[in-house]
Design a protein around this ligand. Structure first.
Ligand SMILES: Cc1cc2nc3c(=O)[nH]c(=O)nc-3n(C[C@H](O)[C@H](O)[C@H](O)COP(=O)(O)OP(=O)(O)OC[C@H]3O[C@@H](n4cnc5c(N)ncnc54)[C@H](O)[C@@H]3O)c2cc1C
Length: 344
């Protein structure tokens, strides 16, 4: 299918895509496409890499991105266990916040940390009502200068022990999501429960958050539109994939999984492709389709490690399967690539 070629060509711009990766892409596309994609199967443009920026717009990584780059060098040696997953995700959160919050809002959050009012903040998107915004239970209504927020969020990193958060909520017409910063004194009023067994040797717990809060309209995170979320995701997904490919190598080095020679090579190839893409961001615009393609292939590798029997321990199988859902499931990635590359 041309969709498969789009992914292959998109990744090849950044590094070698060997026979195993090619096979994984093909199998992945064939087993993930929906009816519409099958019917439209020959209507695709290749995935394009981000345009080279004019020299005056090129920029080195900012401090947060540089911190993430530094962390990413170590995952093959330390894995995502202990506090390593959280250190990475905290920096992802800071990067997202820098896109969606005003300077005053960033200053406010910093002051909560400095005063010891808050320790953990989260980004609450996944909704108890379902995946599409029309199904969301989390809704905000305006009341003069205030916002009333009905909250029903699920599967949030350390959701059961958050002190504050940026909550994605639908307007009453459920047309678009807005992000609302809920400060510690209101966040306290929400019900928070741990959900499911922890991941990563007990070091990562998800939680659900629900209830009602009231915040000032000025707590809307006005930079949180679809465009800034896209830029954020196209910077973060490939970095998450680099961490995952590092974690897989850590599992292998510690004899907790048993990869074949070609599986290990594929993990290293995808890590190199994702690294090359990330390093190109100093001179190129981020490309959402490339980022989606990288996450799609990462998902397919992780699933293949489980399916092929390379991962024997059930809890490690569960970890790897969970990471195929976080920051983009295979279906979501493929659907978005399909939508963005389809000839209109
Ligand atoms: C470890 C972990 C940490 C997480 N942390 C957070 C967090 O901090 N904050 C947060 O908000 N969320 C978090 N999540 C939730 C995560 O971001 C996703 O919302 C969740 O995993 C669901 O992903 P999804 O919507 O992409 O997809 P999916 O469950 O794949 O799919 C969504 C919908 O797409 C459709 N679909 C799926 N597959 C197909 C198919 N093959 N054909 C046709 N239709 C299909 C279905 O309608 C499905 O309901 C976390 C999840 C995990 C596992």
């Amino acid at each position: 299918m041309k969709l498969e070629n789009s992914i292959y060509e998109g990744l090849s711009q950044y590094g070698e895509v060997g026979p195993y990766l090619k096979r994984i892409i093909r199998n992945g596309v064939i087993s993930t496409v929906d009816t519409q994609m099958i019917i439209d199967h020959d209507d695709f443009h290749a995935i394009e890499q981000g345009k080279v920026l004019p020299s005056e717009q090129q920029a080195p990584f900012n401090e947060i991105e540089q911190n993430i780059e530094n962390l990413l060098e170590g995952f093959a040696a330390k894995g995502l266990v202990n506090n390593n997953f959280h250190a990475l995700v905290t920096n992802f959160g800071k990067l997202l916040f820098s896109f969606i919050a005003s300077d005053a809002q960033i200053g406010e959050v910093d002051s909560w940390h400095q005063q010891g009012i808050a320790q953990f903040g989260g980004f609450l998107m996944a909704d108890g009502g379902g995946p599409s915004i029309q199904q969301w239970n989390t809704i905000f209504t305006k009341d003069g200068d205030m916002l009333e927020l009905d909250v029903d969020k699920v599967w949030i990193i350390e959701g059961h022990r958050l002190d504050y958060g940026s909550i994605s909520a639908a307007s009453t017409q459920k047309l678009y999501p807005s992000s609302v910063l809920v400060p510690p004194e209101e966040f306290k009023k929400l019900t928070k429960t741990a959900v499911g067994m922890p991941f990563l040797d007990g070091s990562l717990q998800l939680g659900n958050v629900s209830g009602k809060v009231r915040v000032a309209k000025t707590n809307l995170l006005t930079g949180g539109g679809l465009a800034s979320t896209s830029v954020f995701l196209s910077k973060v997904r490939p970095r998450f994939v680099r961490a995952l490919m590092g974690h897989v190598q850590w599992l292998q080095n510690n004899e907790r999984i048993e990869l074949s020679v070609e599986q290990l090579l594929a993990v290293q190839q995808l890590e190199a492709i994702a690294r090359c893409y990330c390093h190109s961001l100093v001179e190129r615009k981020p490309s959402l389709p490339v980022a989606l393609a990288i996450k799609f292939v990462s998902n397919r590798i992780l699933l293949d490690l489980v399916i092929s029997g390379a991962v024997k321990q059930p809890m490690i199988q569960r970890d790897l399967m969970a990471f195929t859902r976080m920051e983009g499931s295979s279906y979501r990635c493929l659907f978005e690539i399909y939508s963005k590359t389809k000839v209109r």
